[in-house]
Design a protein around this ligand. Structure first.
Ligand code: FAD
Length: 404
């Protein structure tokens, strides 16, 4: 970098020493953390985020189908005295406690909250890197929308990935008049109970989605997708192929020499403090917390954001942070605008008996979407107010549920 503009706060004011906390990423975890840090008035908070607005990632499938707007102004969700820098962190100088930004500027910190979320996980499907789109983030969603708007009538869209994100996307596109195929890769909505799965499947059928649950996408071309079913390979026409095949973390932590897991998430101890660096605290999808198996979700991201802020405030106060605690309540997927699958869960996220479907579930899902933003707003108005369910500590050796 040629220009090194160092951005910092005055070290002191009338109250004595001020502490500067930088929050990387203003998604569910980062925005919640930034607001909560204001419990301590002697803390200055700077948030760094590439978009100049809060992106409700859980509405991205609505954005690509034109049924909803994921953008919320930062002035609506962040407290007035949280400073926002529209920029991207490209490296963390952990020794110098400084973040390098894509603009060329640098930002000094006393503590850093790492909450940059995740991005598409490119499966090893030949052609996917060149020809497939991805619903994982704002940039990917904008590309999908552009492509979808340019499609001719009867052009087939293929959604790859039968998890809840793939279901939501396929349903939304079908309901808005597109021809949609959903390639499940071994199953549709496998994280919910058999009853919830059946209801999801029925609703997808009603919307006209061509569900290929046992199919696996094995190659993506410019206007084709090759699908393997029971050892048979078929080349199918596909004007747009969209991946909903899971997420991975950006390389920022790894590039900065921090300890990461196999999909690039910052490894933290049980109190959310980065392994090997006690000035960095992690939150949201971008972190792997010792002793916890957390589905990537805003349901986990907001509580982790709040607890990351509490951990930093404890450290500033010379105290040991508490171990993070997080529990799940439900998995809820929209299946178009008029139906959803609401699967209540045990705190460890395993399906419980109760399932709600249809319009009531669609209404509940809309309340959840609004509620996630409302939580952040309320935290801005009264820092410390947000509370959450705990109790999901799992020490199982099962593989981590890395996508929602
Ligand atoms: C279509 C879709 C539907 C979903 N539906 C649900 C649902 O119904 N329920 C649910 O619980 N979960 C759902 N999820 C998952 C949920 O959106 C994520 O788990 C959640 O957004 C994670 O929150 P986060 O704060 O960790 O990350 P994010 O919300 O992704 O926020 C991270 C922020 O960091 C920014 N950032 C990235 N890199 C940098 C950088 N280098 N420097 C600075 N900032 C950076 C990003 O731009 C972003 O603003 C859905 C996901 C998708 C894609």
């Amino acid at each position: 970098m040629n220009t090194t503009d160092i951005i910092g706060f005055d070290d002191t004011n009338a109250n004595g020493h001020r502490t500067h906390v930088v929050v990387l990423g203003a998604g569910y975890a980062g925005a919640m953390a930034a607001n909560r840090l204001r419990r301590n008035p002697a803390v200055d908070v700077t948030v760094v985020n590439p978009q100049p607005f809060f992106v409700q990632r859980i509405r991205l499938h609505q954005f690509v189908s034109g049924t909803g707007d994921p953008k919320v102004g930062f002035d609506d969700v962040l407290a007035d005295d949280v400073r926002v820098l529209v920029d991207t962190a490209v490296r963390i100088d952990v020794r110098g406690r400084r973040v390098q930004l894509a603009s060329g500027a640098c930002l000094d910190y006393d503590y850093l909250i790492y909450a940059i979320g995740t991005r598409r996980r490119t499966p090893e499907i030949p052609g996917a890197a060149d020809h497939a789109l991805s619903i994982a983030d704002w940039t990917g969603a904008q590309r999908i929308r552009e492509r979808v708007e340019g499609l001719a009538a009867n052009d087939m869209i293929t959604v790859v990935g039968g998890g809840l994100t793939g279901v939501e996307l396929a349903a939304e596109l079908a309901e808005t008049g597109h021809d949609v195929r959903l390639v499940g890769g071994g199953g549709i909505a496998t994280s919910v109970s058999a009853r919830a799965r059946r209801a999801t499947r029925t609703q997808l059928n009603r919307l006209g989605v061509d569900v290929v649950d046992r199919g696996r996408a094995v190659e993506v071309g410019e206007r084709t997708v090759s699908v393997e079913i029971d050892g048979q390979r078929m080349v199918l026409s596909s004007a747009a192929t969209i991946l909903a095949t899971g997420f991975e973390a950006p390389e920022l932590a790894a590039d900065s020499g921090l300890v990461v897991d196999e999909i690039g998430r910052l490894r933290t101890d049980a109190t959310l403090v980065a392994v090997g660096d006690d000035r960095i605290v992690g939150a949201g999808d971008a972190v792997a917390v010792e002793g916890m198996r957390l589905r990537m979700s805003c349901q986990a991201a907001e509580p982790l954001g709040a607890q990351a802020a509490d951990a930093v405030l404890a450290k500033i106060g010379g105290e040991q942070p508490n171990a993070a605690d997080q529990g799940f309540v439900a998995q809820c997927a929209s299946v178009g605008r008029h139906a959803a699958t609401l699967q209540f869960t045990h705190r460890d996220d395993s399906p419980a008996r109760a399932v709600v479907t249809g319009r009531v579930a669609a209404w509940a899902k809309e309340l959840v979407c609004r509620g996630t933003v409302e939580n952040i707003r309320r935290e801005a108005a009264r820092p410390g107010r947000f509370s959450w369910f705990g109790g999901a500590k799992v020490t199982s050796t099962e593989p981590e549920p890395v996508a929602r």
